[in-house]
Design a binder for this molecule. Sequence first.
Ligand SMILES: [Ca+2]
Ligand SMILES: [Ca+2]
Length: 364
Amino acid sequence: MTLRKDSGCSMELGECTMNPGYQNAEDGGSATDPVEKNQDLAEEYTQIKPYAGMPKEVLLLYSSQARYRVPREILFWLIVVCTLALVALTVTVIALSPRCLSWWQASPVYQVYPRSFRDSDGDGVGDLKGIQEQLHHFEYLNIKSVWISPFYRSPMKDFGYDVEDFRAIDPIFGTMLDFEELLAEMHSKGMKLIMDFIPNHTSDRHRWFNLSRTGDPHYKDYYVWTDCNATAPKPNNWVSIFGNSSWTYDDLRGQCYLHQFFKEQPDLNFRNPHVRQEIIDIIHFWLGKGVDGLRMDAVKHILEAEHLRNEPQVDPKQPPEDVTTEWELYHDYTTSQLGLHDMLREWRAEMDIYSRSQADTGSW
Ligand SMILES: [Ca+2]
Ligand SMILES: [Ca+2]
């Protein structure tokens, strides 16, 4: 490339040291002696490379050369393409990646039946200390979540699913201290403990039921009671999961109470707001101790229809007095009633308080 200057000279780009701007940059634009100036130009005429502090005009001459322009444009478009590719890759990875899993989704849940799992003291019944001794078993299996079947204080009519006290450990399984030590060691090993929880009913030995039987003003509606007597037909055809009527007459109160399981397991009345609050308080009690989750038992049985109508028979021709098992009725009025999900959402909201607090402390 050549450049023709006003002086009439034709020069290669490297010869642009003759450019007036270049000279101005070198001498600061100040007037100098013409002889001295010519000597300077003669010396610098040999300079053929870009140099620091070159004036704009010279810089533009160099930068427009193909050997500078082409690599610059290649570099520019390479950066643009790489940036767009990186953005596209990031969006794709985010779109294709599975959602972050919660702890109960990320590991199989191992159910422990404490009575038979491991007996630490040789009395023939498994216990909480036995579970603690065997934690290496879960580590070996890479199990992070353990659900322990009920170990509340219980008369064991239904092997712990008949709870006498939701805040106490049954002595055959150990003490509250045993439980707390088990929980602490599980957490130290990065494991989660899920407790079994049975909100539908209590044991007939529960304090609430005894107070309800005697008609205590606060507790009289804690269970599902209805008028009947010892000899007349039951209030309706509802049957227990374990067979026969789900109603039992109570001599002390002079009414029938509902039990969807054994007669020693009276159903709580979840239409009573005090009962709902009791259950929430129990949830807080265990989560406050550090339990990681609750497995809810018999959830679909929690609510029953208030009208107490007979449930439809599977075989309409079957004599009603012969209906004694759950398989012979459609459970339109004793399972999955309207309002159940609202209650479950209410419990979940209470549990989420602990989820958030644990997430905030980084222990989740
Ligand atoms: Ca034992
Ligand atoms: Ca119920």
